[in-house]
Design a protein around this ligand. Structure first.
Ligand code: FES
Ligand code: FES
Length: 188
């Protein structure tokens, strides 16, 4: 029988302990052990970006990293982008531009876009294309996704709905994730 490994990780600001098989990936641990199924499982070979998470502010394919290698690290998944009921401006911009079609690639796109904006707060279109080059969208919704990232990076919009004035700083967005019918259930 394979010896199991204890792993301590900080996930979305919360210390979590998991016991995993040595060959289990970080993606396995997030989805199967911690129930954070916003991070998607797809190609498993680092090609599609569906499994992207943030580690130390950088985007990482969690399917390519062993869970044991994450011991002691701080990880942000798509579930950690919103602040309480307040959506990340990127999430709001993706909603406003209709960037999600089937939605499967969107968690990875959001996380990669968050890493891009952390490093390049006002990216050009070319920089957005390059920053999201590792995230494939089978629905080919690239135009809306790029538009959303540029919109979230634009201080004039602040991720507000199209045509609406930017929100005063500190004012919560009226959209409350707690009111989403399935908010209490783990997304699939
Ligand atoms: S599932 Fe990890 S890159 Fe595709
Ligand atoms: S929205 Fe369907 S794969 Fe991107």
């Amino acid at each position: 029988m394979t010896d199991l490994v204890s792993v301590s990780v900080e996930v979305n600001g919360r210390l979590r302990e998991v016991t995993v098989a040595p060959h289990h990936t970080l993606l396995d641990a997030l989805r199967d052990d911690l129930g954070l199924t916003g991070t998607k499982e797809c190609c498993l070979v680092g090609e599609c970006g569906a499994c992207t998470v943030l580690i130390g502010g950088r985007s990482v394919d969690s399917c390519l990293m062993l869970a044991a290698e994450a011991d002691g690290l701080a990880i942000t998944t798509v579930e950690g982008l919103a602040t309480g009921a307040r959506l990340d401006p990127l999430q709001q911009a993706f909603l406003d531009t209709g960037a999600a079609q089937c939605g499967f690639c969107i968690p990875g796109q959001l996380v990669s876009a968050r890493a891009l904006l952390a490093e390049t707060p006002r990216p050009t279109r070319e920089q957005v294309e390059e920053g999201l080059a590792g995230n494939l969208c089978r629905c080919a919704g690239y135009e809306q996704i790029i538009e959303a990232v540029l919109r979230a990076a634009d201080p004039a919009t602040d991720g507000s709905p199209a045509g609406a004035p930017a929100r005063p700083s500190g004012e919560p967005h009226p959209f409350d994730v707690a009111n989403v019918p399935d908010a209490g259930l783990a997304p699939q």
